[in-house]
Design a protein around this ligand. Structure first.
Ligand code: ADP
Length: 276
């Protein structure tokens, strides 16, 4: 669905941010794009959405260069940016004006998502809090039924109940045709909704594996001194260590934060485990 090949890009008066970056996104998957602040997540999303153009290399969505900004392609992409401004109109007016750009827009779904997010219809967008605006935009984005949904730090500004509503809604909106890319530096916010972990650091994709492969390869948990484990990465915690160990047939939930820290601290060691 998205094919990025040898993407090279840098902002003016700065060095190259992306130097031959390649990655693919497939339908039917929810991707977690993780990276520290300034890693290049937003810039990557903007390339996919056709809002920034590669200096070299290519970025294709539905087999078309995203920089061509073809209406047929744009109708199937929805971006929820980290920063946005909404006009001083009602929810209904926004939907009437903007939904025609998305032929698969579904009003009934929109009502359902708003209800789930506890946002009452009839409100003026500018009078809503930042968190409510964000939830409104997520509801609108999902209701477009765009095949490609790009979300930049969607959980920023959401309170704890809203974050869990967000996870529930995203998980239930996934289907075989849709590809959802959620970028965040708050790794824990995505809980167990993602299928693929993609980590970007200093403009490079330094890790890209499915949750299935990660669970097959690694076991995550607390270990104590003296216990026998083949430790790949560990961190001191109260009363022992949080560790990523070689999986010797044990099922455990992927600890995204520990995995992220492990990859940032020693990407070679973690990645080597997938090459064996
Ligand atoms: P992230 O989304 O991971 O926080 P960004 O893609 O926003 O990262 O930024 C990557 C790098 O590019 C940072 O060093 C940032 O300062 C720089 N950058 C982002 N936007 C601009 C811009 N419009 N002009 C110049 N530099 C920018």
């Amino acid at each position: 669905m998205v094919k990025i090949e040898d993407l090279t890009f840098g902002y003016k008066r700065k060095g190259l941010l992306f130097d031959n970056l390649s990655m693919n996104l497939f339908p039917g998957k929810i991707y977690g794009l993780f990276g520290k602040n300034g890693a290049g997540k937003t810039t990557l999303l903007k390339h996919i959405a056709g809002l920034l153009f590669p200096k070299k290399g290519e970025c294709k969505v539905f087999e078309q260069h995203s920089s061509d900004r073809k209406p047929g392609v744009l109708a199937d992409i929805f971006v929820i940016p980290e920063e946005f401004e909404l006009p001083g109109i009602s929810i209904e007016a926004f939907v009437v004006i903007n939904s025609p750009f998305f032929p698969k827009f579904d009003n009934i779904q929109m009502e359902k998502y708003l209800e789930e997010f506890q946002i009452s219809n009839g409100q003026k967008l500018t009078t809503m809090s930042y968190g409510q605006k964000k939830k409104f935009l997520i509801a609108f984005g999902l209701s477009t039924n765009a095949q490609l949904l790009l979300m930049d730090e969607p959980t920023n500004g959401l309170d704890i109940p809203s974050k869990s509503q967000f996870r529930k809604i995203i998980a239930s909106s996934a289907n075989d045709e849709r590809c959802i890319l959620v970028s965040t530096h708050q790794v824990r916010d995505l809980g167990n909704i993602i299928d693929q972990v993609t980590i970007i650091d200093e403009g490079k994709i330094i890790f890209d594996q499915s949750i299935e492969e990660i669970s097959k390869e690694f076991a995550f948990g607390k270990i104590k001194d003296g216990e026998e484990h083949e430790v790949i990465y560990s961190e001191e915690i109260l009363g022992g260590k949080a560790a990523i160990c070689k999986n010797k047939g044990m099922d455990s939930e992927v600890d995204l934060e520990l995995l992220f820290n492990g990859v940032i601290n020693n990407r070679e060691k973690i990645n080597n485990e997938f090459k064996k």
